[in-house]
Design a protein around this ligand. Structure first.
Ligand SMILES: C[S@@+](CC[C@H](N)C(=O)[O-])C[C@H]1O[C@@H](n2cnc3c(N)ncnc32)[C@H](O)[C@@H]1O
Length: 296
């Protein structure tokens, strides 16, 4: 992680956070339950439960056993989701009745979050290229009670024109996942630079296609859970050169850093500051990068 010392504010707090286990958080499924119902049920099972200060639908849960084994989990009252991950959908701000493409959707953490906020109305097209992960997506859609979503299997870089005017597209891109280092200590030294370079090619193809598929004036949110600028700002800069688009501010009620305007001599432009970098010490969670774009 040393390569990020210059760009991560309060680097010592960042390193110190990586030493601690990450708290478990669950997102209450508003299609089936309320935060009070989930809190009561889990407390009765011996869990300590408290809502996050910035989003009362996300609960921090502590207990001896795994919350995944509870009946309420199987009934779909909640989805186990990193607190930081929930901010991607908050940035996209899905509305009832909209048509949204989730280009890299499996296993469905964000698809289900969108369906909940859309009150199961409108249309979500949830796509992923990996068959095994699609099975998990289908199971989660069923468990959460999602009925506004169809599932497709394509390489998102070549996603076909379905004749649907998408209001919004989410790309929760495959990435080197450095932001999940607390769960995967192998990443302590940072991800392999060759992997970073190769996956950034895929990410560029995905974001470019997303910008082509959204309607003019429509919104695209690009998210990764990594710190590497090659997978973040560099990808955004590439796609903006290919498809006319502009960066938009992201209104999030959480501490975060701005996007980078420069990395290793490469300039990304002042507007890149509008991107959001959430580091593990910001939310005591994982790391996340977000860019919000409007197609012109
Ligand atoms: C970060 S995960 C998505 C997590 C998911 N959005 C969620 O919230 O549960 C990235 C996903 O991208 C998929 N993927 C990788 N390459 C892809 C491609 N070329 N086209 C579409 N999906 C791809 C992977 O199979 C993986 O499921």
């Amino acid at each position: 992680m040393e390569r990020y010392r210059e760009i991560i504010p309060d680097f010592d707090a960042f390193l110190e956070t990586l030493e601690r286990p990450q708290p478990v958080t669950v997102r209450v499924n508003r299609l089936k339950a309320t935060p009070e119902q989930v809190t009561d049920a889990l407390k009765k099972r011996g869990f300590d439960v408290k809502p996050l200060p910035w989003n009362g639908w996300i609960l921090q849960v502590e207990g001896e056993d795994s919350v995944a084994k509870t009946l309420e989990h199987w009934l779909g009252w909640f989805y186990i989701q990193e607190a930081s991950a929930a901010t991607a959908v908050m940035a996209l701000d899905p509305q009832p009745g909209e048509r949204i493409l989730d280009l890299c959707a499996a296993p469905g953490g964000k698809t289900t979050q969108m369906a909940e906020l859309m009150a199961n109305t409108g249309l979500i097209v949830a796509n992923d290229v990996t068959p095994k992960r699609l099975r998990a997506l289908l199971a989660n859609l069923s468990r959460i009670g999602v009925v506004n979503t169809i599932v497709t299997q394509w390489d998102g870089r070549n996603y076909p024109d379905l004749g649907i005017e998408f209001d919004k597209v989410l790309i929760d891109a495959p990435c080197s996942a450095e932001g999940r280092v607390r769960e995967n200590p192998d990443l302590r030294q940072g991800a392999d630079i060759n992997f970073i370079r190769s996956i950034s090619g895929t990410q560029k193809g995905l974001l470019r296609r997303a910008l082509e598929l959204v309607k003019p004036g429509g919104i695209v949110v690009y998210a990764t859970c990594t710190f590497a600028p090659e997978e973040n700002e560099a990808v955004v800069a590439y796609a903006m050169q290919k498809v006319p688009s502009e960066l938009l501010p992201i209104d999030l009620p959480v501490p975060h850093a701005q996007g980078l305007t420069e990395w290793q001599g490469r300039e990304f432009g002042e507007a890149m500051r509008l991107c959001v970098r959430i580091y593990p010490h910001h939310l005591d969670s994982g790391g996340l990068f977000l860019a919000k774009l409007r197609r012109l």
